[in-house]
Design a protein around this ligand. Structure first.
Ligand code: FES
Length: 116
């Protein structure tokens, strides 16, 4: 994943393989109020762009949990209170109440990333 700064906030830019997108479609989602069935973030783009700020209290999530027994699931782990997000930025484990934010206009074109 690449980390960039957009409007003073960190954003994560990640290329997802077909297998990861398929895995994200199949995953059983947590029963949380955020719109989990956000098809765009799962199915549309191989390039995923999410704001890298935990929706709990605003820490910056890192790569996957260092000692995760599930191996490389490629999502994000927030070291502050243990929230986990999947490769589509969807919340998999609280206390974070919402998915990582996807900027409304964000796409990758050739080698350029446009956000906002
Ligand atoms: Fe990320 Fe609390 S700020 S889990």
């Amino acid at each position: 994943a690449i980390t960039a700064i957009w409007r003073g906030k960190p954003v994560f830019i990640r290329y997802r393989t077909e297998a990861e997108i398929k895995a994200a479609e199949d995953v059983k989602l947590a029963d949380l109020p955020d719109p989990q069935a956000d098809k765009d973030r799962v199915q549309k783009a191989q390039w995923l762009i999410v704001v890298g700020i935990c929706t709990h209290l605003g820490c910056i999530p890192l790569g996957q949990k260092p000692s995760d027994p599930r191996g490389d699931y490629g999502g994000w782990y927030c070291p502050c209170h243990g929230s986990e997000y999947d490769t589509s930025g969807r919340i998999r484990r609280g206390p974070a109440p919402k998915n990582l934010l996807v900027p409304k206009y964000a796409f990758v074109e050739d080698t350029k990333v446009r956000i906002g």
